[in-house]
Design a protein around this ligand. Structure first.
Ligand code: IPD
Ligand code: CA
Ligand code: CA
Length: 258
């Protein structure tokens, strides 16, 4: 087994443990704080999950660097960098809506080489290693073959500063909603990316995403033969993904270049 495959097996075991605990704790009272705005939340379960993953990484790979949503940058010497979102979909979690995911990406010399996204409620494990394809619960996945936008189901999301910054995706949403077969907002960007990889959604776009939202999911889509565009901007990444046909149709409406 290559080193990357071995790391991926460890990640899968750890996110399964974290997911099991999250499903227990979502049913019980938990503490919660706000972050960048009144609707940007963090719960004690996000913090517990993140600490569990960091403790595992540090004990198995003490020289690897880690970037994690709630605690930021953990310095390391090796060429490896981990990128973690312990609960992607915290608003869902905080409201007791049990669709959320755990996203773990690993970069080697600056390039993502391992991606794992786990959705505990569905017991769905999405995984990819660079150059080896993408799987869902062990079965190979690939993007859909839907070619026409008016038959496509696409997905998006809206940033936490949507009430105060007019660059809030409402204009893009309005331009796209009348042209597609269906549109969804799940509340977990990492899970959205994986739905495109699995061919369930045909395209997805969003603004102001952070690296922990997309690191694992973008590799999973690429390995599922999807097209991706991510453009770094002041407040985060502008991301567009899809099967090749839907990707190009959405790109021409959004007029994003990259
Ligand atoms: C959020 C989710 C959501 C997206 C937001 C993200 P969080 O992550 O992925 O779907 O619309 O932009 O910040 O805060 O739940 O980790
Ligand atoms: Ca997130
Ligand atoms: Ca999060």
């Amino acid at each position: 087994m290559t080193e990357w495959m071995a790391i991926k097996e460890n990640i899968k075991a750890w996110v399964k443990e974290v997911g099991k605990e999250q499903l227990i704790r979502i049913e019980q009272p938990f503490q919660m704080k706000t972050k960048s705005s009144d609707i940007d939340l963090v719960t004690e379960v996000d913090e517990w999950s993140e600490q569990y993953l960091i403790d595992q990484i540090k004990s198995h790979y003490p020289d690897h660097a880690i970037m994690s949503e709630e605690s930021g940058w953990h310095e390391g010497q090796a060429e490896y960098e981990w990128v973690i979102d312990p609960i992607d979909g915290t608003v869902n979690f905080a409201h007791g809506f049990p669709l959320f995911s755990i996203s773990v990406g690993v970069k080697f010399r600056g390039e993502t080489v391992i991606g794992v996204v786990y959705v505990p409620k569905l017991d769905e494990m999405y995984e990819a290693v660079k150059g080896s394809g993408a799987t869902l619960n062990g079965k190979t996945i690939s993007v859909s073959g839907v070619e026409r936008l008016n038959q496509a189901v696409v997905c998006t999301g809206f940033p936490y500063d949507r009430a105060t910054d007019p660059n809030n995706n409402v204009d893009h949403f309005n331009a796209i909603i009348t042209k597609v077969g269906g549109i969804r907002r799940t509340g977990s960007a990492a899970m959205d990316l994986c739905q495109v990889a699995a061919g369930r959604f045909d395209g997805y776009w969003e603004l102001k995403l952070q690296e922990w939202d997309i690191c694992a999911g973008l590799l999973i889509i690429k390995e599922a033969k999807g097209e991706t565009l991510s453009i770094k901007q002041e407040k985060g990444y502008q991301v567009l993904v899809g099967n090749p046909a839907v990707f190009h149709e959405l790109k021409s409406i959004l007029t994003w270049e990259g």
